[in-house]
Write a protein that binds this ligand. Sequence first.
Ligand code: CP
Ligand code: NVA
Length: 314
Amino acid sequence: MSADRPKRFLAFDDLPAGGIEALLRRAEELRAQRAARTPHGTRPGRVLGMVFEKASTRTRASFEIAMYELGGHALYLGMQGSQLERGEPLRDTARVLSGYCHGIMVRTFGHDRAEEMSRYATVPVINGLTDLMHPCQVLADLLTVVQRRGGSRDPLRALRDASYAWIGDGNNMANSWIEAAGILGLDLAIACPAGHEPDAAVLARARAGERGRVTVVRDPAEAAAGRSVLSTDVYASMGQEAEAEARRVAFAGYTLDVALLRVASPDAIVLHCLPAHRGEEISDEVIEGPQSAVWQQAENRLHAQKALLELMLP
Ligand code: CP
Ligand code: NVA
């Protein structure tokens, strides 16, 4: 493994300095190559093992297609039909897959489970979502902001010229946004109800740097005021299904709707990692409206992850 090839990508801080910017630049090149139908099979014969302990549409599809288009192959292992469902430990799965694959992507519950996987694997491990972090999604979100703001030549500047609001749960997505904001020096306001704040340690780390400007407020309008990127996500994440009703009550008023969008910058874009619950965290009018970038954001999973796979897979 080369010196600057990360052993794992469980969070943004696993990347070397300048890593996010390099990935965004390469992702944009790969997007353009694909659009021009220029073959970009830079990883022939490589295999990515994909372990899913939770459901997925985008993550599975985008990683699988990314590997195919890079000239390699992706192997899907879900709970159903594998020994995971019968309790085979992740650390055993990690060692077995390391014998077959050049890298492993894992989607699981506790972040410690992904960490365990990477401790036992002898190949790089990529976080395809944990309860704590969803960095692959936020990488695609950042790429979307760069594209929408015409910043492909200077992605970092384009990102820093924008301002960001997160509306809703302080969940895995919010945490990865906070981490990115701390590393890149982004101005990010989080609006969440009491008791649903982002992870305290993630927040403290982002604020420790000189650049991080992350604030947490209660009022969605305060967070959204004048901002150029508004993001939201479901009230109840995967694994929180039993709390769904209580969360609907706790998150009343935390809806990215037309009234909220009106207080943002007039050229603001709206992001949602999907799947969305229209009428809960986002209105149908907003997600289907002209300021919504969600389909481009979903497509960007493919381009961003190709860049990531090139970095991670020897
Ligand atoms: N945004 C995202 O990760 O979607 P999936 O759950 O469908 O993979
Ligand atoms: N916060 C959501 C993201 C889904 C992509 C979840 O964890 O279910």
